[in-house]
Write a protein that binds this ligand. Structure first.
Ligand SMILES: [Zn+2]
Length: 76
């Protein structure tokens, strides 16, 4: 799996919305790719902040923005 495929699915992955097969592929990639690992920890920190400080789910707009940001940061 390539970085851009992983990053495309990262928000769903963190939401637990990817199927088992895809999750395994993503985790396999994360084991080998420090760039994507950084993105995951960044995103999960943001998601955690939202869960803690807000009774509302992560706004859709913000999710899209984050996804765009991640895609732009992809170098491969
Ligand atoms: Zn990667």
């Amino acid at each position: 799996m390539k970085c851009n495929e992983v990053k495309k699915n990262l928000m769903s992955y963190l939401d637990g919305k990817v199927d088992k097969e895809l999750r395994l592929l993503i985790e396999e990639h994360l084991n080998q790719c420090s760039s994507c690992r950084e993105q995951v920890s960044l995103l999960s920190n943001i998601a955690d902040l939202y869960k803690k400080d807000s009774p509302f789910p992560l706004p859709h707009g913000l999710k899209d923005e984050l996804t765009q940001l991640i895609k732009k940061s992809c170098k491969k």
